[in-house]
Design a protein around this ligand. Sequence first.
Ligand SMILES: Nc1ncnc2c1ncn2[C@@H]1O[C@H](COP(=O)(O)OP(=O)(O)OP(=O)(O)O)[C@@H](O)[C@H]1O
Ligand SMILES: [Mg+2]
Length: 341
Amino acid sequence: MFEVRDLEACFRKNGQDYPAVTGLSYKIEHGEILGIVGESGCGKSISSLALLGLLPKNCRVTNGIMRINGEEYGDFSPENLEDLRGDDIAMIFQEPMTALNPLFTVGWQIGEAYEIHHPKATKEEVRSVTYEIMRKVGLPRVEEVFFNYPHQLSGGMRQRVVIAMALINRPEVIIADEPTTALDVTIQAQILQLLQKLNQEEGTSVILISHDLGIIREICDNVIVMYAGHVVESGNVDTIFADPQHPYTKGLIASIPSMAKKGEKLHTIRGTVPDLYLRNNGQCPFADRCDFATDCCRNSVPDMTDIGTHHVRCFLAKAASQDAVTEAAGVLPQGTEADHA
Ligand SMILES: Nc1ncnc2c1ncn2[C@@H]1O[C@H](COP(=O)(O)OP(=O)(O)OP(=O)(O)O)[C@@H](O)[C@H]1O
Ligand SMILES: [Mg+2]
């Protein structure tokens, strides 16, 4: 239903392109929740802003296509994606205050999101659709809250308003970029439950961006692990948690507090994500932080490989699966067809 293929987005500096996202591909089926996880600076936000034509001025899409219900888009310019924004793909940002205008009532702002895509709608229609969506996202006393300004609402209510704005045109896909980071823990859980409920009831596909693998595990069907602009591992959430193959994914999982045994020190991944302008693009993106890196990892970039259960970009995982193939061939008796193959 929704597909991104080989997406690359680069920042331009001194006449040179620096990829913040490269070779990103994924598919989302109707009603699926896909998680995108990775540390700060891995390219999670840029990969989504690119799809909406909302990239910073010094950044542009240099490769890739996206497909929505069979229709293909290869031009990611803001003008070309304008009609799509809000109608087919909507985005929810981390900090609700930045998405809301402090000078207008929340009801007016939710209604405006509808009017942009329904310019012929009457005032009564806009009001009634707005009330309906406000109720759907769990806002209380909607006739009253409609006339409130953003500062009169709590953070959790503001995020519900932003979700209402994103949902009012019934988009195919909602991209939620760290939608709960600015909220306290109980409100976080409520907002995640709301996204899950809307996904189930409306069949809206959700891309949930988070640095928190715990959250991803809780509500996503599939997950993409990003590191320094690359996808390093992707697949079904349960499979990735049960059988992570990339050293980066293993490190992320081991650093989730709830995964550690009581009294055990929490795992940390040494070092940080390399600066965009200082990356060595001729080696495995994770080589400098990886405890298992070999010369091969420092001299070439691994491809994304299908290892049977899911996909991994790591020479070690690849070697492991090749071992398995060799081993499997080895069990055949001498002189069988395998010898002649
Ligand atoms: N406006 C900008 N100008 C220059 N570089 C930028 C800008 N925005 C992002 N970058 C760089 O692009 C890369 C990807 O950034 P992005 O915002 O996508 O990361 P992220 O994974 O969303 O991180 P976070 O978890 O902190 O939100 C980073 O190296 C970042 O420094
Ligand atoms: Mg981000």
